[in-house]
Design a binder for this molecule. Structure first.
Ligand SMILES: Cc1cc2nc3c(=O)[nH]c(=O)nc-3n(C[C@H](O)[C@H](O)[C@H](O)COP(=O)(O)OP(=O)(O)OC[C@H]3O[C@@H](n4cnc5c(N)ncnc54)[C@H](O)[C@@H]3O)c2cc1C
Length: 390
């Protein structure tokens, strides 16, 4: 097998054609030129340079599949092109870079789906041009899984809301200019939650950076809101009607994370295969051992099954046949595939996998955030069981 494995699966899929290969080509060149050489420096710095966002915008990466009227690429591309882009961005094996460069993928959609025309025009073009950064604030220090119970409060006072509370584990939270913030405007439960656009240089906002196990290049923060005044026109969608927007957002995020997890699993497979072919133990290449070939075949089995389900799910979205329970189960499938592949790749690389700086070593440290962030495994199973009604 001489062709790079990264490229083989699309050629045998009914869902992809030359237009997807063109996206692959553009993004791959961008990543090789602007990201790969800097991974170690950005991991050490704990954040990405703002300049990268502008360069990504120029390369067409930030605006792929967003409405043309706000600077997006429009209807020439769709979700499947987005999946190709996600995979290419994952190739350096640094999930924190994908997470922070593409945080607008979770921060912006609620505005485009539910915000006023004025808000869309004010926020979206600047974000898609890489000039402004937007993040999403759902998780709180008191808990992230139980979204319906969130406590950050926004009280209406005249023409403003006054926000008090805190959000934590917020991706791009140190650098972002805006946050799409889930707040309680009404009574308990899902019927009392709204979404508010908050400018993060507002008086009363403070941020604490968080050091993490992985995703080092991604700045992550706890953000405190102390009597922060937000104009009432910054409400995204109806008051107390924010929960539906949060849920819709989760489905897209889970599909994207699934593709990312599958890409990381594929990297683990590729690097482990390369190593097994070149490493000699007991006088022969490692790959000559049946147990090693079985490990690799098992990794590939899981990756192929996961990718097939991802592609089929994207097709279902495009054809209005998606079922929300599937996104939850798919996320578990993909992140468990990543987990097994990261483990087996480390075993095949042996001690070399434990040395800082390789793709495998980084991916191994990123398994947990993929399995917990955007909805943990336990919560995904539970959600799916309710959506499947059992
Ligand atoms: C690096 C990183 C980046 C993140 N970025 C963002 C972001 O940008 N915006 C944002 O809003 N959030 C973000 N998150 C937060 C993430 O979405 C939450 O961590 C996740 O939803 C889980 O919430 P929690 O950590 O508060 O865990 P908890 O809700 O406290 O749960 C703890 C554990 O208990 C389990 N559990 C909880 N309830 C049950 C139950 N009923 N039954 C069985 N098990 C249960 C959970 O599965 C979890 O494993 C990020 C997290 C990380 C690690």
């Amino acid at each position: 097998m001489d062709a790079p494995l990264f490229d083989q699966w699309r050629a045998r899929s009914p869902f992809y054609d030359e237009s997807h290969e063109a996206v692959c080509d553009t993004v791959r060149k961008f990543v090789a030129r602007e990201i790969t050489p800097h991974v170690d420096a950005w991991e050490a710095a704990g954040e990405l340079p703002r300049e990268l966002h502008r360069k990504a915008a120029e390369a067409g990466v930030l605006a792929l599949n967003y409405p043309e009227e706000f600077g997006g690429t429009g209807s020439a591309f769709n979700l499947l092109h987005g999946l190709v882009q996600t995979e290419e961005l994952a190739r350096p094996g640094a999930g924190g870079i994908c997470a922070s460069l593409m945080t607008h993928g979770i921060g912006l959609p609620p505005i485009l789906a539910m915000g006023s025309e004025h808000m869309k025009r004010r926020i979206a073009p600047a974000v898609l041009a890489g000039e402004k950064l937007i993040c999403l604030g759902i998780t709180e220090p008191g808990g992230g899984s139980d979204v319906a119970n969130l406590k950050t409060k926004a009280e209406r006072k005249g023409a403003s809301y006054v926000v008090n509370g805190a959000k934590t584990l917020i991706t791009s939270g140190v650098r972002a200019d805006y946050i799409t913030l889930a707040v309680r405007t009404g009574g308990p439960g899902i019927g009392g939650i709204s979404l508010l656009l908050v400018e993060l240089d507002s008086p009363g906002v403070s941020r604490t950076p968080l050091a993490k196990m992985g995703w080092h290049a991604s700045d992550t923060a706890t953000i405190h809101f102390d009597n922060v005044e937000v104009p009432a026109e910054n409400l995204i969608g109806p008051e107390n009607g924010g929960f539906a927007g949060i849920m819709r957002n989760f489905n897209g995020e889970r599909l994207g994370m699934s593709q990312q997890a599958a890409a990381f699993a594929r990297i683990c497979f590729e690097d482990a295969l390369d190593w097994a072919r070149s490493r000699e133990t007991f006088g022969q290449p490692l790959i000559r051992n049946q147990v090693i070939r079985h490990k690799l075949a098992d990794m590939l089995r899981r990756i192929n099954a996961t990718q097939a389900w991802i592609d089929q799910s994207a097709w279902a979205v495009l054809n209005d046949k998606a079922f929300p329970g599937d996104f939850a189960l798919l996320k578990v499938q993909a992140t468990q595939t990543m987990e097994v592949c990261a483990r087996e790749a480390c075993q095949i690389l042996g001690g070399a996998s434990f040395v800082r700086g390789s793709r495998i070593e980084r991916i191994y440290r990123e398994v947990r955030v993929m399995a917990i962030g955007g909805g943990s495994e336990e919560i995904m199973f539970d959600l799916a069981s309710r959506q499947y009604r059992f």
